[in-house]
Each structure stands twice: as structure tokens, then as C-alpha cells.
Design a protein around this ligand. Sequence first.
Ligand code: AMP
Ligand code: MG
Length: 438
Amino acid sequence: MNGPTDQTRHQDRVWSVAEHLDDVLSKIDPLDPIELQLLDAQGCVLVEDITVPVALPPFDNSSMDGYAVRAADVADATESAPVALTVIGDVAAGSGELPGIGPGQAVRIMTGAPVPPGADAVVPVEWTDGGTGQGPAATMRAHSAAPQDAGGEVRVHRPAAAGAHIRARGSDVTEGEPALQAGTVLGPSQIGLLAAIGRGTVRVHPRPRVVVLSTGSELVQPGEALGPGQIHDSNSFQLTAAARDAGAIAYRVGAVADDAETLRSTLEDQLIRADILVTSGGVSVGAYDVVKETLAALSAEEGTVEFRRLAMQPGKPQGFGLIGPDRIPLLALPGNPVSSYVSFELFVRPAIRALMGLPEVHRPTTPARCTEAVASSPKGKRQFLRGSYDAEAGTVTPVGGAGSHLIKAMAHANALIIVPEDTTEVPAGAEVDVVLLG
Ligand code: AMP
Ligand code: MG
């Protein structure tokens, strides 16, 4: 076939930010669920409905340190006329054997211990003499001491109604009740509930494994001295940290030289441990833009990566595709540090969160008053300027300029200011939308 194919026409046009994002997300499904230990499932999305197998609490138990009694026995107790009960034993949390209580009897009981048969109320130790036969001052000391002698006495000086200070079986949840629904994001409290109902493992979408690889023959590891023309590789660190922050398990491969064969073999090696691949650099139209050269030329078997221009600044050149036998998503980000980070926030972070099956994949956006004017924003492009957002004042202040090499300004920003495609300048005090970087 002669003339431009559908494919080349497709690549020639300029894509909007939304179109590129939609394309990425339309090709990403949540990872297949796996069974994980509770703590490994933190932050993950549950894929099963969880039903309570046993009631919580599993048995009636005391909410106080005190005495398990028959409410009827202490109904008339007062400060001046305390009721004396015979203490027939001790029940600590975890006790299996419980003495039965008859009329005129009590059992010393600790918080969380099962209420013994016959008792229907707990009198807190503070409402008694603590079994000392002395005043309330000795009460607490007595209670924390060794088991009380059976046959001793306790004087109760306040009545307790039936059920007082007893946490009834099933008062939290009853068996068969739904505990958590599929789709729930597991935070600390959800993990606590799962543990309380006896679940050791749960089925969730796992955290994606993200492989981060930067390209550039000029790149040197931080910690090493720079030679002429060299710079430190900051992108692979920034992107790996960003991937972790998004919820992924991130592997930093580090910098690969601008050499097609090296890039190809490195990617091939990394494919086995990746749920998503992120590269930085080498996607423009320069002579050594090896990522684009290599990945645009993959065979049909190896996968397809499309390189496109976006109506966006920074971050105009972007590559996206699915590679390897398992068709792993790959996002090829531009090399300028601000471009790669902004691209990550806009496209890779949502992709990671979509792989996790999270309901909310995007950073929150909020309107804010821009404290300074923005002059000459490029027409036809959505610009993302770095900003310092003040939640209390509802304002945002640009940090640094538009240059995509301004790493320090990025580090001092907590937001991205969005200047829409058709806006070429923002007067001071005007309202803008701001992406909160958290
Ligand atoms: P490229 O997209 O490869 O042409 O790179 C664009 C610019 O970003 C160049 O100035 C590179 O030196 C710089 N750059 C590329 N990769 C990195 C990196 N990993 N860390 C810091 N700067 C980079
Ligand atoms: Mg490069």
C-alpha cells in the first residue's frame, strides 16, 4: 500500500491531554487478583465480599475491671449501706473455665474476660472496696494484685443495672453480616476488622510492579563525579519515588546509554518482572532519540509503541504502547526532568492506580486564585506550571518559570497550575485550576 497508512496519519496529528490519557486508560485493566497476607494488602482494593464468620465480640465480656455480679444482689447498694458479696474466684481475659455465680456471690473480673454464668452485670472496681475490707483508696492496688482468695468478700457501694459494663456477644457484628464489600480500599481500620474476624489473607488486586528506566549517554549515577558533558540521572530516582508514592512496587533500573541494542536487551530482561514499564528520554526527534527509534520499530510480535505529539507543555512528545508476549503497558516519557515528572503525574500515576483497581485514579484538582500574572502561555497547548498552593488562602503562586529543566522549582512546588489550551495569559488574581500533588 502506498501513501500514508492509518497508522502514520494517526501519529501525525496532535493529541489532547485527555485523548492520550483516555487511550492509556482504555488499554489498562486491573491486575488479576491474588491472595495476600493482611499487611501486604494494605492500600489494595478488595475483590471479594467479606462476610463475618463469627460474631464480634464472640462472647459476653466485661468492659471494665471489677466484679461480675447478679444485678438483683446489688440493687440496694449505697455508700452508707454497701452490699457484701462472697468472691468465689477470678476471671482474667483469656480464661476458659468460668465459675458459676449464685445469689450473694461475685467473681473478680478483668476487662475483656468472659462474663461467668449466673452474672448479669459488672460492678467497676471503683464502685467497691476492691475486696480489701478497707476504703476506696486501696481499691485499685488490690485489683491489680495476684488472684483474690476465694471466699473473700467485696463490698459494693453502688447498684449496677442488668447488662451494665457488659459488651454483649454480637454487639459489634453478628455472624453472617457483611463486613466489607468488594471494591473497598484496605486501610488500617479495614485491616483491623479483617484480623478481628479471623481473616489471615484476602483477595485483592496487587500493587503493580513498575520498572523505571532512564536513557541518555550523558547520565551518571548520583554519588559519582561528573565528566565533561555529563549530568546526574535524576529522572530515574524521581520517577521511582513517584511510582512508589502512587502505590506501586517500583524497581529503578537506572540509566541506559543511547544505544538501541542495549535498550532492547534491557527492556527484554525487565519485562518478566514488570506490570508496567516507564522510560525517560529519547522520545523527541533528535539524532540519538533511541527510545523512539527502537520502540517505534518493534515487530508485530514484540508489540506496538506509538509516539505522538501532545498539545501540552511541558511533555509534548509521548510514547505509549503494549510490549512483550504479555503486552505489558509501556509509557515513554520525555527526558527533561520537569517534563518527565509532569507526564508521570498526568499519565503514569493514573495507569498505576487503574492497575490496582482503585476507584479514584487522578490527583485532586481545585480552583485557586493565582497571586501572580502568567504571561505568554503557549496558544493551543495545555500548560502545567509549577505552583505553591496555599489551602488556607485558596491561592497559588507560580514557582520558577516554564522551563522544563527547572528541577529546583519542581522540588519547591506542591501543585501544578493548569493554563488551558485557549488561554495565553492569566492576570494576577484570576482563578485557575490546580492539580494538588499532595
Ligand atoms: P531527551 O528527551 O533524552 O532528549 O532529554 C532531554 C533533556 O533532559 C536533556 O537535556 C537530557 O540531558 C535531560 N535528561 C534526560 N534524561 C535525564 C535524566 N534521567 N535525568 C536528568 N536529566 C535528564
Ligand atoms: Mg536523551
